[in-house]
Design a protein around this ligand. Sequence first.
Ligand code: 4AD
Ligand code: MG
Length: 480
Amino acid sequence: MTQAKVAELLDSNQFLQEFQVKGWVRSFRSNRFIALNDGSTINNLQCVIDFENTDEEILKRITIGAAIGVKGTLKESAGSQQRVEIEVNEVEIYGDANPEEVKLTILSPKRHSLEKLREQAHLRVRTNTFGAVMRVRSKLSFAVHSYFQNNNFHYVNTPIITGSDAEGAGEMFKVTNFDLENPPKNEDGSIDYKKDFFGKETNLTVSGQLEGETFAMGLGQIYTFGPTFRAENSNTSRHLAEFWMIEPEVAFCDLDGNMDLAEDFIKYVLNYVLEHCKDDLEFLDQRLSNEDKAKPKAERSEMSLLEKLHFVIDNNFKRVSYTEAIDILKDSKPNKKKKFNYIIEEWGADLQSEHERFLVEKHFKSPVILFDYPADIKAFYMRLNEDGKTVRAMDILFPGIGEIVGGSQREERLDVLQEKMKALDIDEKELWWYLDTRRFGTCVHSGFGLGFERLVLFVTGMSNIRDVIPFPRTPQNAEF
Ligand code: 4AD
Ligand code: MG
């Protein structure tokens, strides 16, 4: 039986006679008390051993990190830390953990920094913080599917290996099955690095959008949820080289409909985890507040984690055009004390994350949807506005995160799209299949991409994106 199941039965007043829990020893003291955890909940199960009647050999093997099973009965706990404890009748040891070796790992019972935990990413799942984050991540992915399935969207698996660069940003990892002994050659005898996948040039996908669009043009409403790769060498706490993206795409939907969908979707998944991850979120909330207390006053966050989640759920996202946002930024004065030391932007420039955070955290004090960006700083597929210089793009900006969603209404007019591709030197021959959607029954359609790890980052209050994915891939970290 799992610990979570035991707690569930207790909540419905079903008192258990005898049961067994199997898990890993988190701590062990006075030869009598074991804190056991099986991963199903943040709360350790306090086990009380009758050490006089337990074999000494077994007692010796109950060490931190060992895998054990305990059989016993529940009783009210005398301690203040937990409601119940298990009075153990029988202990079984499944896997020992040598205390001398454990001392050298992050399993040892002292505070380890998150950087240290990353070095042992295969063991960090046994810590309270990382266990809580991973349970919340799992529930969030279920909520993503449940939202779209409940709203009649179809789940589509778009290719991981692809010939196209959806974002046109050239940040792709090449895929190769190159025969090093006998590589393909150019006419002049040099190696032809382009023909690296059975004679074709291919990459790991940066987005499933273009393929997703073709499916929306037949299934109506679709979403993808899969791994995405970006070969950008950015060493920030918001970027990974491998991340998961959720990309809905909807036929007969314009930019306003796209904003409504994104806002409704985000609020649904946040409500879902508030309801289903209470213990883990309370733990993470407490963790953040302890971390905050250690900081100088000026750097402390104004809201607790749970307040931040409610801040997003309870506020209407403020919808602001790019042009209005630039005017606001131009009018604002840099303020060194308040951390925001932005430079005033001119129309046409891309916003930096400090501009985005200023708009959300200081100016509007609500999540913001920025729309109608300059065409020159956005991808080729976005719908050109009547002014001829802006496109129907939207970015959703969150407190503490900056951009969490990027999306747009798509250019549905074949001639305008062809012209744009020509101007950007994008070969029509490579995207003939994409252009077919505009040739045969084109229609207004829109979609967006939400970076799953940025969502997990926001929900858990962690500060580094490397701590919300099981095995982070960054320029420094691809060991596991
Ligand atoms: O803004 P992006 O690049 O948009 C697209 O890829 C579109 N094709 C989406 C669409 O319209 N279907 O990326 C979308 C989101 C960003 O807002 C961000 O949350 C996340 O993906 N993202 C990253 N997350 C982690 N690490 C990275 N390197 C990321 N790059 C983008
Ligand atoms: Mg973007």
